[in-house]
Design a protein around this ligand. Structure first.
Ligand SMILES: Cc1cc2nc3c(=O)[nH]c(=O)nc-3n(C[C@H](O)[C@H](O)[C@H](O)COP(=O)(O)OP(=O)(O)OC[C@H]3O[C@@H](n4cnc5c(N)ncnc54)[C@H](O)[C@@H]3O)c2cc1C
Length: 463
């Protein structure tokens, strides 16, 4: 007699070991299923991974921060044995420019709404009328439960706010959370982020800054946990194609481990945890082979997502020059000054010409320029706005497809592609823009759905 589905241990393939794939793998293993992770790169972590700088210096693939509101990510870290406080430094949210204008919030305040109101009332460079207008707008958003109609952009939503508030607050918030300017960003999604970060629970607005290379914050410990609990992890192994048979373990994957020839592997269920464009390619191979209906629009939806770049310029600065620079400094950007933030890694020092130097990371969201142009402008911006000179360029990490553009009325691909094929990742339909928390929560949901009996899986994804 066949085993009831609810009691079966499924053999699940997870394609991709970014933060979403790691979350899916831990979730499925924790629920007692057999998991095999295939990752094309030799390092896990995807867009949020550790890379090598010069002289093997570990760098992040772009400066990343987490927020206190990243509940699922922090819970997953604990589940795999990483106490967040040991690897993340908690900082108050501070969006003030070098001249002190703008919003700063107290750290870990017990009453977030009051802390936000307090920050608004104390903001420098804004008139009382500006502050009052912003407070009233925030109260209106609270009253309407942080909702608005789907066709509204952030620009429309905030059109009545004074220009100085738009320039000092809305634009930097929008660029840092969405990597897109207000005119291109979804209003309802913006309100959701504002609600969760600024008006939800104690510490939700706090910035959590990685003190160790990104790979050590979650991806490496998560995969070690998966291996220790019986899962298999294949790094440097790209999945080339998928096909589906009608017998048991219906999914066949063609996998090419780096430097060797392609092998095939069979699994009961598959989770696509690769980026949208890769997932679209794999799903298209199924449509071409007539495994799935030709009118399945999943691959089209995934392929249609517009992408935006982020550039991070890492430089070394003489310690004496940057002594007064805070850990996170907001910067006024313009056509000639592309960075919106600089992060001062005072804990990462290097002796150069006998002088201690600190690592600085300049973040240019929605980056449009070529690398060399960007670098020259960032160095000039550092001199003009922060009076920093004698900077030594380490490397600019240019991620052309850093995040999908969270536009209004966006049609994001569903997490369920077929009854036994799921997708997860920051781009999959969900409550967040392209963030680590979006990736982790979608990975968690896919891991739950792929381990449920067929009828339960659909229910899990719809909750
Ligand atoms: C420069 C930069 C700065 C950012 N800053 C922040 C920030 O401060 N805060 C924040 O919350 N978010 C930030 N983000 C966004 C965040 O990095 C992403 O939302 C998140 O990493 C996406 O994770 P993911 O698992 O969905 O996808 P990915 O990270 O893209 O992972 C997909 C994985 O699949 C693998 N893969 C692809 N194809 C195949 C295949 N055929 N076979 C096997 N494996 C495959 C890839 O190698 C990759 O490891 C930033 C992104 C960038 C690029």
């Amino acid at each position: 007699m066949p085993m009831p589905e609810a009691l079966r241990r499924f053999d699940i393939a997870i394609i991709g070991a970014g933060w979403a794939g790691c979350a899916a793998a831990v979730t499925a293993v924790a629920r007692g299923h057999r998991v095999t992770v295939y990752e094309a790169a030799s390092e896990p972590g995807g867009r949020a991974r550790t890379i090598a700088g010069r002289n093997d210096l570990p760098l992040d693939n772009g400066q990343h921060i987490l927020l206190g509101a990243y509940r699922e990510t922090l819970a997953l870290m604990r589940e795999v044995g990483i106490e967040p406080d040991t690897v993340l430094q908690r900082l108050p949210l501070d969006l003030r420019w070098p001249d002190g204008t703008g919003l700063a919030l107290p750290c870990s305040c017990r009453f977030p709404s009051l802390a936000t109101a307090w920050g608004i009332l104390r903001a420098k460079g804004w008139t009382w009328a500006d502050r009052w207008h912003l407070l009233q707008t925030a109260m209106h958003w609270q009253k309407t439960r942080f909702t608005c109609s789907e066709e509204v952009t952030v620009q429309t939503l905030c059109a009545s706010l004074p220009p100085i508030i738009q320039r000092h607050l809305i634009e930097p918030l929008c660029l840092s959370a969405f990597n897109s300017p207000p005119e291109k960003t979804s209003g309802p999604m913006f309100l959701r982020v504002i609600r969760d970060a600024l008006f939800s629970t104690r510490g939700s607005a706090d910035v959590l800054w990685p003190m160790v290379p990104l790979g050590a914050v979650l991806p490496a410990p998560a995969l070690q946990w998966v291996s220790r609990h019986g899962g298999q992890v294949h790094l440097a192994s790209r999945v080339r194609s998928l096909s589906r048979h009608t017998d048991t373990a219906p999914w066949e994957l063609e996998v090419t481990p780096k430097g060797t020839s392609t092998v095939s592997a069979r699994h009961d269920r598959v989770i696509l945890a690769c980026p949208s464009w890769e997932a679209a390619k794999l799903v298209s191979t199924l449509t071409a082979a007539e495994v799935v209906p030709a009118d399945l629009s999943w691959a089209q939806d995934a392929r249609a997502l517009a992408q935006a770049a982020i550039a991070t310029t890492y430089v070394w600065c003489p310690a004496r020059s940057c002594a007064g620079l805070p850990a996170m400094q907001a910067l006024p950007d313009s056509d000639n000054a592309p960075a919106q933030f600089v992060f001062h890694h005072a804990h990462r020092t290097r002796l150069m010409d006998g002088q201690p130097h600190h690592l600085l990371a300049f973040v240019c969201s929605h980056a449009m320029e070529e690398r060399q142009v960007m670098e020259a402008r960032v160095l000039q911006q550092a001199t003009d706005q922060l009076n920093l000179t004698e900077l030594i360029l380490e490397r600019t990490v240019m991620e052309k497809r850093a995040t999908f553009v969270c536009a209004r009325e966006l049609c994001r691909p569903s997490p369920r592609v077929l009854p036994d094929l799921w997708a997860c990742g920051d781009y999959v339909e969900g409550p967040y823009p392209a963030t680590l928390e979006g990736a982790v929560s979608s990975g968690r949901a896919a891991g739950m759905a792929a381990t449920a009996a067929t009828d339960g899986a659909d229910q899990l994804l719809s909750t």
